[in-house]
Ligand binder design. Structure first.
Ligand SMILES: [Zn+2]
Length: 306
């Protein structure tokens, strides 16, 4: 089965062939039809009244464009170009025009579930790519300044000898639900709210495939040996640039030994208990993450199967 998780499934055509067409890009940044979303300190402008992205015209943000704020091309929809700009350099953007007339800069995680389908993906892309540009101002090879290219999808070293090209990162993270018969293993990170449990997760390391990363992380965090691994679905998670790779894992052992650092507790729970939690039961001592998280969706799929 396929799942389109929150932060995936955006409506824009990324139109990557446009990124190197500097004449076309310049023309779009004068086009009255063009739509631009500003982000301030990684928070997108949203319109609480209409519950959507706070798109602005070129005219509305002309002063910001003239001042040279970082500007990235997001894609096209119906022949209309869409961009994102980073206005983090401005203090108090929430009280400045034209933003104050449109909406508010808000934390994407906090508002994602209230946005129309597809908007979290567009804003997640904007946040990830602007944040990557902000974090890669200097060349990782020689330390000189880098310059934005390809409408934000590449940075080039300004040193003529070095010329290194840097591309946006996407960091693969395995997130998995170990399964044994009618039960699955859920765990608590120390930073979780009280009683909240989710899937186990960890970064894929260089030289590792997805299955190996799943087996290593489950053993390191919970002391459980895993056999076969089944891929389920993925979710872009732009904090700052992860791709969550959701898997089910066949547990071959059941004795839990938590590492105490990444996990403070792990436990086996039955489908019946999870179904009760999903149906709103509050006396089980188990809370799940919000539905926008792939961890919730993997647990839900397990609970509703079998
Ligand atoms: Zn360099």
């Amino acid at each position: 089965m396929s799942e389109v998780h929150t932060f995936a499934g955006g409506p824009l055509d990324r139109a990557s062939h446009r990124r190197t067409d500097t004449d076309w890009l310049a023309a779009q940044l004068k086009n009255p039809a063009t739509q631009i979303v500003p982000l301030w300190k990684q928070q997108p402008l949203v319109t609480p009244r209409r519950d959507g992205i706070g798109w602005l015209s070129v005219e509305a943000v002309e002063g910001y464009l003239m001042s040279g704020v970082p500007t990235v091309f997001l894609g096209e929809q119906g022949g209309v170009a869409h961009f994102a700009i980073d206005v983090s350099a401005y203090e108090d953007a929430n009280r400045s025009e034209p933003f104050i007339d449109v909406g508010k800069f808000m934390d994407l995680r906090a508002i994602a579930l209230r946005l129309p389908v597809g908007d979290p993906s567009t804003l997640g892309t904007a946040k990830a790519i602007l944040d990557w540009n902000a974090r890669h101002q200097f060349c990782a090879v020689c330390g000189k300044k880098t310059e934005m290219r390809d409408a934000g999808y590449m940075r080039k070293c300004s040193d003529g000898e070095c010329n290194a090209e840097h591309f946006p990162r996407t960091d693969p993270v395995v997130i998995m639900l170990p399964v044994n018969g009618d039960e699955c293993l859920i765990g608590r990170q120390p930073m979780f709210p009280e009683n909240m449990y989710s899937c186990l997760a960890g970064f894929v390391e260089p030289g590792e495939n997805i299955e190996e990363a799943v087996r290593r992380e489950v053993f390191e965090e919970a002391g459980i040996r895993v056999g076969s691994v089944r891929y389920h679905s993925t979710q872009p998670w732009p904090w700052p640039s992860s791709l969550m790779i959701g898997c089910f894992a066949d547990a071959e052992t059941r004795d839990i030994t938590v590492d105490g650092e990444e996990l403070e507790e792990a436990r086996w729970v039955s489908r019946a208990l999870l179904r009760d939690v999903l149906n709103g039961a509050t006396d089980s001592g188990v809370l799940l993450p919000p539905p926008m998280a792939i961890g919730f969706q993997l647990i839900r799929v397990f609970a509703e199967s079998g």
